[in-house]
Design a protein around this ligand. Sequence first.
Ligand code: LMR
Length: 396
Amino acid sequence: MFEKITAAPADPILGLTEEFKKDTRPEKINLGVGIYKDESGNTPVLATVKKAEAILLEKETTKSYLSIPGTAEYGLAVQQLLFGADASIISDKRAQTAQAPGGTGALRVAAEFIKRQLGDVKVWISNPTWANHMGVFKAAGLETAQYAYYDAETKDMDFDSALADLANAAPGDIVLLHGCCHNPTGIDPDAAQWQKLAELCVEKQLLPMFDFAYQGFAKGVEEDAQGLRIFAAQCKELLVASSFSKNFGLYNERVGAFTLVAESNELAVTAFSQVKSIARVIYSNPPAHGAAIVTEILNDAALRAEWEQEVADMRDRIQEMRTLFVQTLKDLGVEADFSFIERQNGMFSFSGLNKDQVNRLKEEFGIYIVGSGRISVAGMTKSNMPPLCKGIAAVL
Ligand code: LMR
């Protein structure tokens, strides 16, 4: 029966990591997947995660199933991170949160919820976006459309075109927004632009959905929620997919959350009952460990402060690499202006390198970056910077 099956194409991001692992060149550099590396090129377990795990080892009394949406403590901790500890959305119980297996799991639950409960609406996705977005929504049978986001000339957000494209959305359509650290461009709207986007969604009756995977990697944990909170102040309904892969370094624990905000507690509870039945038929109930770690850290004032410092350290190191990257290219005599890299947020930058250059970097120099030209700045270190920049200078 299986003879008829043809091979699926490799994943543009995770497939690259598989190729990288097979590469035997010792000087190879992986700037493909978004994984934070420290100065020695390692992805360590955060100190606060280790501490929380030690507490959990003592505290844990059972491995019995969680409920379908996970624990209430986790749901509340996630909501406080998103909307702020004193948000009325929380006190009015307008938000309901389901723990999900990673940000992708949260997105997939959201996609199923949209398809089953909101019908044949379109999901508007930024162009460009994370390589997996389109696939997740299509897998749920949803139609997608793109709105302009990036101006290749100015290396900035093409805000006017974004607004113009979104003006074509129909009432009920979904607008997918990156909470911060837009993946792949590293360019986020400013407060005034968030405001305009929120107004557009209200005016055109569009449902905003935030993919929030890098909270803390732009300016700070609270600061990075600015866009979401501007929307939350204006929109009666919104959806959020959270990921804690990056800001807690819990990549392989698959810990994320799907949060639904409705106009009232009653409406939220009813809509959320559908979310629960979706989760039940996909993964039944979520894995416990990662969410227990996140809950432990966020609910302990000392651990939380230490975690915020750990996030700040990761953020600062990435920023330092941005500056060093731009300087090293300059020192090598590269004439093209890469200063935009310093202005961008989070793990990624859109380098402007084309497919041929990306291929040459891989074949000739063992430097792996995503085909779109997205570079994971989080994978740069002081020691891989000279060979990296020499490779880029050679292919430019
Ligand atoms: C990325 O964009 O590199 C990460 O979000 C990892 C992934 O799953 O693609």
